[in-house]
Design a binder for this molecule. Structure first.
Ligand code: SF4
Ligand code: SF4
Length: 375
């Protein structure tokens, strides 16, 4: 075991390999407050990558309803229970990670889902957190709640799947941090399926190998964002490059939201894999649940998010979501626009900070009709 620095936990931790960060890291920001669970991302991914034989139950992208939803069933609850107490002292994680709490002879503390756990991809969809009492009515605050959690492989800095593979078939690309399974080396031992705390490696019964999200690397190599990001109806997603800790840039929208404002947080940071999908937490959910899911920064993140009008730079970063297929590596804003640039420093998108407002006449003399304005 090596000692590696995990900035999510604010401490050193044990990992089977030495710390080796890629030149740049693929990272995503998902705004949970905007997801409508339309599953367009799920279908876009499925039709692009997993429509073959043996891939029927594979959802490299899925969207589940929290608190009760999950694919495979109870993927997170089972591991959280197995790990035991996960405590924080401020922003220092004092509990154990999956690389520090495993049984003797194991590299990772994981669990293997039952076949049945993969049977219901939409288990718990739209279920709320409690019972609506008879006579209850909406009063502005939420006495019951639910929210949608979109999930993909996190292309972790310290992947559990990679750590557990006895064949060294899983590797992390130096050029972009994408985590891939070498199909020619994989022998189907399923150690990665057991070890991935997010359950984002899947076993293919036909090819007898494991498969997982590839971050749409053919698109990344052309300066484009992955399919799930490009197709997102709710415009909740942005993908780009996260700088190494200490090298973050104010003009990189991912760095700004993740490292500088800390408005987007990792999912279950206590697992220890340093996942690279960052979530803006839902604003209406009890804080205890958010602490468990996104760590101790959840309340601050929500406060930052609510105060977005006081931060033009954050506003400028957020309006870029869903408005270009291209990866934005630098952005600037003026009084009217947020402008994104690609790696060659060419302008790829220009989005108004305030949408223009048009009011049309009630009567259209050309068509001879009356029209109501609805916006
Ligand atoms: S496409 Fe976007 S809005 Fe629709 S379910 Fe996926 S993440 Fe949510
Ligand atoms: S989310 Fe799972 S499959 Fe993806 S890199 Fe992390 S441990 Fe591996």
């Amino acid at each position: 075991m090596s000692e590696v620095k995990n900035w999510h936990l604010n401490r050193l931790m044990q990992y089977p390999y030495d710390e080796k960060r890629p030149n740049k890291q693929l990272a995503y920001v998902f705004d949970t407050n905007k997801c409508i669970a339309c599953q367009t991302c799920t279908v876009a991914c499925k039709t692009t990558w997993t429509s073959g034989k043996g891939q029927e139950g594979m959802f490299w992208n899925n969207v589940e309803t929290k608190p009760y939803g999950g694919y495979p069933a109870a993927w997170d609850v089972k591991l959280l229970n197995k790990m035991g107490p996960q405590e924080w002292d401020g922003d220092l994680y004092t509990g154990q990670t999956i690389f520090e709490s495993q049984d003797a002879g194991e590299r990772v503390n994981g669990h293997m889902p039952e076949t049945e756990d993969y049977a219901y991809p939409n288990l718990g969809v739209d279920e709320i957190s409690g019972v609506v009492d008879r006579g209850a009515f909406f009063q502005g605050a939420h006495n019951v709640w639910m929210y949608y959690l979109a999930r993909i492989c996190n292309h972790c800095t310290y992947p559990g799947c990679l750590a557990a593979c006895p064949r060294k078939a899983i590797y992390k690309r130096e050029q972009d941090g994408v985590v891939l399974i070498d199909q020619s080396r994989c022998r189907g031992y399923k150690e990665c399926v057991k070890a991935c705390p997010y359950k984002k490696t899947f076993f293919n019964m036909v090819t007898r190998t494991s498969e997982k999200c590839i971050g749409c690397y053919p698109l990344l190599e052309q300066g484009e964002q992955p399919r799930c990001v490009q197709t997102c109806i709710g415009k909740i997603r942005m993908a780009g490059w996260l700088s190494k800790p200490g090298e973050e840039r104010q003009d990189n929208p991912i760095d700004y939201l993740v490292r500088i404002k800390k408005v987007a947080l990792p999912l279950y940071p206590q697992y220890g894999t340093e996942p690279n999908v960052y979530y803006i937490p839902p604003v209406h959910v009890p804080k205890e649940f958010l602490w468990e899911m996104f760590g101790p920064g959840a309340e601050d993140a929500i406060a930052q998010y609510r105060a977005i009008r006081n931060d033009p730079k954050m506003m400028a970063a957020m309006v870029l979501f869903g408005n270009t297929p291209k990866i934005i590596t630098r952005y600037v804003s003026d009084a009217k626009y947020s402008i994104g640039y690609n790696e060659k420093d060419e302008e790829v998108v220009r989005v108004p900070l305030i949408e223009p407002f048009f009011e049309r006449d009630m009567f259209d003399p050309i068509k001879n009709v009356y029209r109501h304005n609805t916006a």
